[in-house]
Design a protein. Structure first.
Length: 338
């Protein structure tokens, strides 16, 4: 099996967030076979009763390669042409898993030791796997996080502030709106006020941005709505403290609940000589790992612009290049740490 075949095999195993069991079992067995012939170890790192991360190590890991096993819905089976591999997770992040595994194989052929591979669950929703891993460090001094950056080393990534807004009202016949209290109107007023917030900017990370992701509510066109909900996400360029305060104030002003679902701060990352660099607007597992897995780097094949879309794909040339990049980073970081 080559790196393209492994990528397709992984894509063809559905693993939408919270349903990663099948792909975790596949990867665990794959890595146990590899470790059995190369003197490595493989372990399940528990996240919940029925979800786990997979960690493989050869020696005492100074550098750990890491990415996530889960994907966003809907599942899309793999396909390929002469230049690309298509399907859900092809670039985010099953192609990256394949590239990391083949980098591991090639490093082992050279006699390299003292590195690890950590594959986590839950990145696409709440970084549950990374938070669990943060409580179970294995001595690594660097963690190379894989996300689609077109093989450029990221100098920083934005954070995420996610809310569920819940408005409650009173039902009434729509012919007599004065007898009710529209939860939808209350919610829309709150959203309008939040959208009017002047979002901050950063000279490296760029502007903070806001997305209203979902809106639902009401019973029927002729009924004053007694409940309405919305989900919103703000891409942070800082720790989010000022925006959290402002959202809470506006929600209280309009009598709406603002339930914070997730707050992940923005991060600044280091460059290394010889690598192209970029800044990414998406959020990663890096903040959830904390300091326990070492100093973070962020790089991987594929473009984030096609991730989470029906056109998700990964260029084969970038995929093979990523194998070399991960090998080089493990060697250089290990020598730096020696």
């Amino acid at each position: 099996m080559n790196v393209f075949e492994l990528t397709r095999a992984l894509v063809d195993i559905p693993s939408v967030t919270e349903d990663e069991r099948a792909v975790a079992e596949y990867l665990e067995q794959y890595l146990r076979t590899l470790a059995g012939s190369t003197g490595g170890t493989v372990e399940r790192m528990p996240v919940t009763d029925d979800r786990w991360n997979v960690f493989a190590a050869w020696g005492e890991p100074r550098v750990t390669l890491s990415t996530h096993m889960d994907v966003v819905p809907p599942w899309v089976a793999s396909s390929e042409d002469h230049a690309r591999i298509w399907g859900r997770g092809s670039c985010d992040a099953k192609g990256i898993i394949a590239a990391m595994i083949f980098a591991v194989c090639e490093l082992l052929k050279t006699g390299k030791r003292d590195f690890g591979l950590l594959l986590v669950v839950g990145e696409e929703r709440n970084s549950a796997g990374a938070y669990a891993a943060a409580t179970q460090p294995r001595g690594s001094r660097y963690i190379i996080n894989g996300e689609p950056t077109e093989n450029k080393l990221a100098l920083g990534s934005k954070g995420s502030l996610r809310y569920e807004l819940v408005a409650r009202g009173r039902m009434a016949h729509s012919a007599y709106p004065e007898l009710g209290d529209s939860a939808i109107n209350r919610l829309l007023d709150t959203i309008a006020a939040i959208r009017a917030i002047e979002l901050p900017q950063h000279n490296v990370l760029g502007p903070s941005t806001l997305n209203i992701g979902t809106i639902s509510g009401g019973r029927a066109p002729n009924v004053i709505a007694d409940e309405a909900r919305a989900e919103l996400l703000i891409r942070l360029i800082d720790d989010g403290a000022a925006l959290r305060t402002k959202v809470a104030e506006l929600a209280e002003q309009f009598g709406v609940e603002a339930n914070e679902v997730l707050c992940v701060p923005a991060v600044r990352l280091e460059s290394m000589a010889g690598f192209e660099t970029d800044v990414v607007a998406f959020t990663t597992d890096i903040p959830a790992f904390g300091d326990g897995w070492g100093k973070p780097l962020l790089i991987g094949p594929g473009s984030i612009h096609v991730a989470h879309t029906t056109e998700e794909h990964i260029p084969k040339q970038q995929l093979t290049k990523a194998v070399e990049i991960y090998k080089e980073l493990v060697v250089r970081l290990s020598d730096k740490d020696a």
